[in-house]
Design a protein around this ligand. Structure first.
Ligand code: FAD
Length: 409
């Protein structure tokens, strides 16, 4: 059986690795390098995550077992302790913020009191948008001071105009007792991803290359036409396959499938995504792994202190801003931070974040139903149009590989 995979990102490489044990698999990648959003570039010896800093971990044991047993052995990784901070009124507060009220009280007692009062009296009623969801879960003050402005930056739209359904299960939710305990005791972070893995080479590409090793990958090849002829698929009028697995963006897929219905093409046009612009900086030493910036005073939403992912540590940070910005604007805002010393490289991404607006559910449901009817598999962050991390992409790839492996057994 011949299988075609569109895209050599984390998802395509994972499903490829699993299926190539049994089938004739070809992966087509439009770029000259593999790795998709997760790939890195070497800038004068520094690892630059061109789309934004990445850390790897998973609650799913099968995913970690696959990585350590079949991709890159556990000895080739080091563990990093997460030290995430939120910048609130120029003070660095430990993440997650709801357990750091004592830190807030040190510079603004009134704010700490209002957060506590609202958190403990929040009702957790049903809501129909993301802004109200934050208020119901965390109380008005924390929602207004942090969650709503930060999410407005990330999604580039008002959270009151967004669906909240996607966030359920993605953001760990504290209960009132845990909140109270953190007020009176030393808080111990037991949330998922408190530690994460990074390759000993100090370069995520080592993982990507290991994932792709031994696979038949055709780079600089854009899939521009998919046609079903009887029980076979024809790619770009030339190459024939029994199965197609797409990991390229769902909003473009219907436009390359021959005879896709107009209604599906229209649904695809309704899907929204955001780009991200970032700059790699040489920095002074900093203690954190990353910091969040909810304030409107800066265009950055996050600084990834990528040098602290390395062993030994190095002094590099990636400043990230949603949307498209010029180099001058990024560097101008960066110069306001005294620890950012020298800009080294700049990048504007294409697909970075899917946007869960009010059209999301109807549009994705229609497209996915159609793909199921024509038997075309579509998985991954943009293949499923979901806010997936690498581990969830791998989980999705593993599920599909199990299904396909089971087809002829
Ligand atoms: C800023 C940012 C930070 C992140 N941080 C983390 C993190 O800390 N930890 C974590 O686990 N995850 C993180 N993620 C998520 C992670 O990057 C993704 O989940 C994962 O890389 C997605 O992999 P994918 O293969 O599904 O998609 P992609 O990486 O988008 O791969 C799809 C591939 O398809 C190719 N392609 C597209 N169209 C075609 C075509 N027509 N023909 C051929 N090829 C095509 C593309 O070039 C691309 O290589 C982050 C994402 C972003 C944007």
């Amino acid at each position: 059986m011949k299988i075609c995979i569109i895209g050599a990102g984390i998802t395509g490489l994972t499903v490829g690795k699993l299926l190539a044990k049994k089938y004739d698999v070809t992966i087509y990648e439009k770029e000259s390098a593999i790795g998709g959003i997760a790939r890195t570039k070497n800038i004068n010896g520094a690892t630059y995550h061109i789309i934004g800093g990445h850390c790897l971990n998973s609650k799913n044991k099968n995913v970690m077992d696959f990585i350590f047993n079949e991709v890159l052995s556990v000895e080739d990784w080091h563990k990093v302790q997460r030290a995430a901070k939120i910048n609130l009124d120029d003070n660095f507060i430990s993440y997650p913020i709801e357990f750091s009220i004592k830190e807030i009280a040190k510079f603004d007692e009134n704010l700490a009191f209002n957060i506590t009062k609202d958190f403990l009296s929040s009702k957790d009623n049903d809501t129909d948008n993301l802004a109200d969801w934050f208020k119901e879960k965390f109380g008005d003050t924390l929602a207004n001071e942090y969650f709503i402005p930060y999410n407005k930056k990330i999604w580039q739209m008002e959270p009151s105009k967004m669906s909240h359904l996607w966030i359920e299960g993605k953001l760990p939710l504290p209960n009132k007792k845990e909140f109270f305990k953190a007020l009176i005791e030393e808080y111990k972070d037991t949330m998922p991803h408190i530690t994460f893995f990074y390759p000993n080479s100090n370069n995520q590409n080592t993982f990507i290359e290991a994932l792709g090793s031994g696979l038949n990958i055709v780079t600089d090849f854009s899939v521009t036409k998919i046609e079903k002829i009887e029980n076979k698929w024809l790619i770009n009028d030339r190459y024939e396959y029994n199965i197609i697995i797409n990991t390229s963006p769902l909003d473009l897929l219907p436009s390359i499938i021959c005879n896709a219905p107009q209604i599906i093409k229209e649904a695809a046009k309704k899907l929204k995504y955001n780009k991200v612009t970032n700059v790699l900086w040489k920095t002074k030493p900093i203690d954190f792994t990353w910091s969040y910036y909810p304030s409107e005073d800066t265009i950055f939403h996050r600084h990834i202190h990528i040098g602290n992912f390395f062993n030994p540590k190095q002094n590099y940070t990636i400043t990230e801003s949603m949307g498209e910005h010029s180099y001058e604007e990024m560097v101008g805002y960066g110069e306001k931070f005294d620890y950012l010393l020298e800009p080294l490289e700049y990048n504007v991404s294409d697909y970075a974040y899917v946007v869960y607006d009010q059209n999301y559910n109807e549009a994705t449901t229609k497209i996915k139903k159609y793909l199921e009817e024509i038997n075309l598999y579509s998985i991954g962050r943009f293949g499923e149009w979901e806010y997936y991390n690498m581990d969830i992409c791998m989980e999705s790839a593993m599920k599909l590989a199990d299904k396909i492996n089971g087809l002829d057994s």
